[in-house]
Design a protein around this ligand. Sequence first.
Ligand SMILES: [Zn+2]
Ligand SMILES: [Zn+2]
Length: 426
Amino acid sequence: MQVKPWGTRGSTATSRSDILKTGGNTTCIEIFSDCLPKDTAFFIDGGTGLVPASKNVYFDRKIKDILLLLTHYHHDHTQGIPLSVFPFIDGCMTTVYGPIENNIGPYKIFCDFLFRKPVFPVNFEEVAHRHKMHSLHHIGTQVMIIHPIGGTILLSVDKYRQLEREERHIPFKENEYHSVKECLVIWMREVSHPDKTISFRIEEKPTGEVFVFMTDTENTDGISRDIINHLFDADLLIIDCQHSRVAYEDFAAGFGHSTPDYVARLAHKASVKKVALTHHDPGASDDDVAMRVAECYQALRELDNTFKPQNVFAACDYMLLDVSGDHVVEQNDPIPKKVAQAVPADSKKEHVNQDPLVEIVHTYKKYGMQTTVLLCGLTTMLWAIQELEKNIDEMREEQGLPEDFELPPPRLTTFVKLLLNRTFPS
Ligand SMILES: [Zn+2]
Ligand SMILES: [Zn+2]
């Protein structure tokens, strides 16, 4: 199993010359495992890190099925969702799981907060068909199981334990059973944070590797038996460590975040093998984050003088981590230049803001033109632009195009494609 943090900043995205190592995207991590269904990308949280991640997943890796688990709905964990490419591409399907509290679960969050004019220029109704929403009602008493063929199901912990005890296969669909030994098993635990928040413990059964993601959690959780069980023997723990002990005591207590000494005590008690600190304070420089790491390592050494220095480190944007073994595989900028040019995010935002589609349809209707005719017109226009782009040199020679004739700007092509991809009002 491998893990790639695409965003490790807490509270708000940031950009400064002194954070080039850690990065400035907010929380989003991707998990790679052979237990996932083929061509599925699996993320936890949709902070601004999801924006570059989505471009990498769709344009570079050609993946269209997305599994997105949400720890909670604070802005820094959801802001990248409407700005990612997934909601706007036909054929992409994002399956979302998130907590529900006071009847507010993922559907309501997407519908009423993330995709809602005038907060965002596209209402959820326009992209809802590219999403499947699931509320997590029973955190702590339910377990999520993922199988490469069976897909994803939720089972009660009791049922799961019974099947495991009796060495029976897991029922994924009617008459479809798979061995738990081929699965990712995901345990959930509510953590100490304002508004319901989940930590995920991911066990990869074929390898026995364990990864725990515990962001947005405060020291107030203590060192209970329950939390130790949740973290126990993890090969890799990525955990909130936003504040230094001094900052916590001076002003940050009650904000919902942890300190290096608390992280060290948890990791020590739960026999965690590697600890990566995350949810870096937006004001923290790379040096400040390194200080959190040093504080944590010092506290760990005082509890266990065999803990190796390389096994506590800062999670950084775009790192690729092996859950077991050496921690960093690579760290690079994942956005190829061609993708940066091709992505219609900017033009989409600008044009959708003006809602040109409705305007065009209304104008054409005023003159009695049907939507189908408009669609034909747009398709022909796109074809003509693309032909022109392909054959511009020949056309210059054969058809005597003037020397100063210029191709239509790429944004026009993008815009036409965008219109063709949208649902037209009838
Ligand atoms: Zn947060
Ligand atoms: Zn939060």
